[in-house]
Design a protein around this ligand. Structure first.
Ligand SMILES: Nc1ncnc2c1ncn2[C@@H]1O[C@H](COP(=O)(O)OP(=O)(O)OP(=O)(O)O)[C@@H](O)[C@H]1O
Ligand SMILES: [Mg+2]
Length: 208
């Protein structure tokens, strides 16, 4: 397992959680706060943030796509491989901060816990896609499923899944966080956005 912050000043922060949990909101707020401290910040989102990733995003989130769960996991992995090699790794090598709105833990929660692809295969896919690069800090923005769906905007292929699917996603994330409390920060995402940001920044400080 490669931790991003070995020997350099950069830090790799990933934002995770269900639909409408506030990932994009916190990504922007964290980038603004860290840039304000004079740090170089690269903000990315998955799937996307590369030409290939943007095209795969259309397939993966498109309401009309019918995908086999393993094929779906592999497309996420392809988008991730492109993002890691062309954006995330180069930025971390320069000592930049990287904030990613979803990363490999999303595949464990969604394609593993919720869709039922076996977790061993998901782990292998993530390992291949990232070369073993895991985030230094994974933030789980946790909130009740109904509240997240109420908050979230336009529907997509995941948002249109039933409540039981989203409950499995939530439970999967909580299991991940429980098994690796050192890397994860679980935040009650029903709190005001500013409170959530402050909690994350407090934890980031301890990692510097
Ligand atoms: N802590 C919060 N309290 C109340 N509303 C919030 C909070 N954080 C974000 N929101 C609002 O909820 C909506 C969804 O937030 P946001 O887009 O950041 O979530 P997301 O996790 O990125 O969603 P998606 O899964 O759709 O990408 C937005 O309208 C945002 O302003
Ligand atoms: Mg978002």
């Amino acid at each position: 397992m490669i931790r991003a912050a070995c020997g350099i000043n950069g830090l790799f922060i990933t934002l995770e959680g269900g639909e409408g949990a506030g990932k994009s909101t916190q990504s922007k707020a964290l980038a603004a706060a860290l840039s304000g401290q004079g740090r170089e910040v690269v903000s990315t989102r998955e799937p996307g943030s590369t030409p290939l990733g943007d095209r795969l995003r259309e397939i993966l989130l498109g309401i009309d796509s019918e995908l086999d769960p393993l094929a779906e996991a592999m497309l996420f992995a392809a988008a991730r491989a492109e993002l890691v090699s062309t954006v995330i790794k180069p930025a971390l090598d320069l000592g930049d901060f990287v904030i990613c709105d979803r990363y490999s833990d999303s595949t464990v929660a969604y394609q593993g816990y919720a869709r039922g692809v076996d977790l061993m295969s998901i782990g292998q896919l993530n390992q291949i896609a990232t070369g073993g690069l895991v985030s230094d800090l994974a933030v789980l923005l946790d909130l009740p499923v109904a509240e997240g769906l109420r908050r979230s905007g336009d529907s997509d292929r995941f948002k249109s899944e039933d409540a039981a699917f989203h409950e499995r996603v939530r439970a999967g994330y909580l299991a991940l966080a429980e098994h690796d409390a050192e890397r994860w920060l679980v935040v009650d995402a029903t709190q005001p956005p500013e409170t959530v940001t402050a909690t994350i920044l407090e934890r980031v400080e301890t990692l510097l």
